[in-house]
Design a protein. Sequence first.
Length: 317
Amino acid sequence: MQVIYYWSNIHDFFHLSDTIAVANYGPILEENAMRFKILLTLCLILVSGSCGNPNHKPEIMDKEDTGDTGDNIGDSNTALKKIQHIGTTQVWDSDGQRVTIAQPDNTAVGDLLVLVLHRTDDLLPYDVNDWTRRAECYKEDNGYQCLNIADCSAKSGKFCIRFQNKYSGRDLAQVVFTRTATSLKQTYLFNMNQDTSGNPGWAILTALRGADTNSPVRSWANRGCDNDADSLFPSVPGRNGDMLLLSQSFDDAVSKSTFTAPDGMTTFGYVGRSDESGFMFAGILTQDGPTGIRHTNGPGASSCKDALVSMTIKPKP
C-alpha cells in the first residue's frame, strides 16, 4: 500500500530529525521537532491517495469502468456510428387494395423506415404519400431485366403504364421507399390498384436506428434475370459502416428456406403466399468499395423469376 511506503520512508526521516535536533539544539528544539512530526504525519494522511509512489504506475480503466461498451469504437479508435436493425414486419394482400402494415415494435421517433412494396401481374405505384422512392425494379416477363422509372414513357396518376414506349412492367415489380418515423406506434395502409380490382400485393417494412434519414441511400442497383437458381444481387458501392440491404421479389410461392441470407448477412423479412414471395436481407459493411455480387444460400428456385434490388444505407453523419 502507498501509506506503508510513505511511512517507512518518513519514519527514517523522523529518526534523523530527532537526532539532529537533540544533538545540536537541545531540548528546546526537541519540542518543535515533535510538532513538525505531527504536522507532517497529518499531511501524509491527506495526500497519500493522490501523490503516489514515484515507482507506482496508475491503473488503466477497463471499458466497463468508463461506461463505454465499446460498440462504437473501431480498430483505429475512430468512432463508427453503427446502424441497428430494430425490427421488421410483413404483410400479404389478395388484391393489393388494402395492404395494411404495422410499424415494427420498439421503433422510436427519428428511426429510418424502409418500405418495399411488391406486386405481381398488375400495376405497382411508383409514388405513395409521405414516402420517398429510393429504388425500383419493374419486369416485363421472366427473362427480362429491370425497367426503372427513368424508362417510363407514359404515366397515369402515380402509375407508370408504359416503359420505353413498348413495355408494361406488370409481370413482377418492387419499389423501395423510405421515411422517418414520427410516432412510436403506427399502421400504414396502401392501395396498389388503379381501379377496383387487382392481383396480390405484399410489403416488407423494416426500422433502422442510426441511419441517415436525410439522404439515406448511398447507391443502388437492380437485376431482373440472373440465370441462376440462387439470387445474385448486383454489386453496389459502399463504405465501412454502411448497411447493405437486399430486397427480392420472386414470382412463385417458396418457403423461407428456399432463399437464405448471403454469407455474412441476416434475413430481415419474408413473405410467401399464393404464387409469390418476398425476401429482405441485410448486413453491415466492414470496408470501403464495391460490395461484390451477393448470392443467396439455400436450394434456390427457377432462374430469372426474381426481381432484385441492392442498396447501401448510410449511417448518420
